[in-house]
Write a protein that binds this ligand. Sequence first.
Ligand SMILES: NC(=O)C1=CN([C@@H]2O[C@H](COP(=O)(O)OP(=O)(O)OC[C@H]3O[C@@H](n4cnc5c(N)ncnc54)[C@H](O)[C@@H]3O)[C@@H](O)[C@H]2O)C=CC1
Ligand SMILES: CC(=O)C(=O)O
Ligand SMILES: [Mg+2]
Length: 540
Amino acid sequence: MSVAVQNASHIPFGFPAQVPPRLDATDHVQRCLAQLRSKSQGLEKYIFLNGLKERDPELFYKILITNMMEIIPILYTPTVGDACTNYSHIWRRPEGLYVSIEHKGRIREVLRSWPATSTPRIAVVTDGSRILGLGDLGANGLPISIGKLDLYIAGAGIKPSTTIPVCLDVGTNTQRYLEDPLYIGVRQTRPKAAEMDAFMEEFMSAMAEVFPELIVQFEDFSTDNAFKYLDMFRNRYSCFNDDIQGTGAVVLSGFINAAKLASAASGLPLTEHKILFLGAGSSGIGVAKQLLSFFTSMGMTVEEAKNKIYTVDSKGLVTADREGLQEHKKFFARTDYQGPPLKKLADIVEYVKPTALLGLSTLRNAFTEDVVKLMASINKRPIIFPLSNPVSLSEVDFEDAVKWTNGSVIFASGSPYKPVEYGGKLYEAGQGNNMYQFPGIGLGAILSKAKHVSDAMVDKAAIALAESLNDEEKTNELVYPRLHRIREISGQVSLAVIRQAQAEGLDRNTEYRNLCDAELLKHIKDKMWEPSDTFRRGRL
Ligand SMILES: NC(=O)C1=CN([C@@H]2O[C@H](COP(=O)(O)OP(=O)(O)OC[C@H]3O[C@@H](n4cnc5c(N)ncnc54)[C@H](O)[C@@H]3O)[C@@H](O)[C@H]2O)C=CC1
Ligand SMILES: CC(=O)C(=O)O
Ligand SMILES: [Mg+2]
């Protein structure tokens, strides 16, 4: 092997660096994995991977794509939660786009400074105000945008250079960050609604002007703003909200598969299921709306479908007679409950007798032993989905759910759990996380150049995911496909999204209209970016 000389600018005093004579690309993958595995803490692994991505992005993505089960929990939930919480302290280099409240009036200029080497196609945009279930992390929220985009790249083959991770640095209401001398964001509290709305207007119109081919994914905005900005922008720009729509779609699809398993055991038709949500925020209400849309597509009236859904917030069962009820909670507020407010979850489960209990509350261990056992006494196969992230906020741990239901639980969680052995059988947890949806929704929107991301496109994405289980996964009673198939799944989701965009005339790229499904699927797969296998071979 020839020995090349690298002119690496980080070598002190300008000495040229030399690649060792026996450096082999395949061995180097193993070397990097060994270095990663030698670190005991999740955050150290995150920092290591981040450094690898800077040094050798092709190698980083190769390792990610070929080791998803191991790497995704580091770059994404749960470890990305630690990375965000500590971002001001672990920050090493610029790796995304910060648009600050101080840039008001000149946001276009700031966007134009983005060093794009390809036409930008997808941006994940957070304002850091509700990162996972960890609250207002301000400018520390950037790693969530980066992590989501790494999933776009690994899970749907989006070309890295076409992605833009964005954090809107508009302040934080978290006192410990405002007092932290190393905090990297503007040191002020969040603006009032009118100022924030004007900022968002300028930002979105600048994004559309500077990056006309771009889809915007809103991520981890606090509840009110999540709903508000989706409503404000969804018919004007190509955008969607991952926490409302992506989560809605992924949980609907897991619910469909879980309900089939539960109904097979109980004989109860799908239309007789009752769903209880702990958490009535952006994701809880997003999922409830997606379920409503599914039930109505099965022939139910809106009232009948709504009647299947119960929501609970920090004050208990959400009822219409409650004073000062927030706007987004009103639609699903119950009008049929008479009696003193129901506050305890066990009492609410006793009253509702749900077939499915879904947690999007950020409340660790909210599904207590008595609640889980009650679900198991009401249902032969209780559906229990603790969906809050990261895993430290999960409403119930997988092992407990299996044990307390004597193995009858149908389980999916927001963050990953390892398989559990119980009574001589191995149980696998599903991962009900929007990562199964947004890469395919985004890819479909990018390829079709969708004018908007419609509700029907999201509905179709959910059904495509539900139908993507293969025979092995069905035999093992999984409710989501195995993660290593994510590219294949994203292809199917993307196909469904493109077809729906065509049906609604939202596809600005009309070239795919004449392709049959098999041809279009092949085309989608051919479009997926792959890291080069050479990894810097040119320099080795
Ligand atoms: N698995 C997935 O793909 C996703 C999971 N999530 C997770 O869902 C959680 C919630 O996210 P959002 O809905 O956006 O947050 P949010 O702040 O909009 O909503 C939280 C809801 O939980 C309720 N809540 C809080 N404390 C409670 C208590 N003690 N008892 C009952 N209810 C309580 C609140 O009243 C609110 O309705 C987060 O942990 C987030 O990471 C969010 C999106 C996707
Ligand atoms: C998964 C996700 O989007 C969240 O927890 O916010
Ligand atoms: Mg989110």
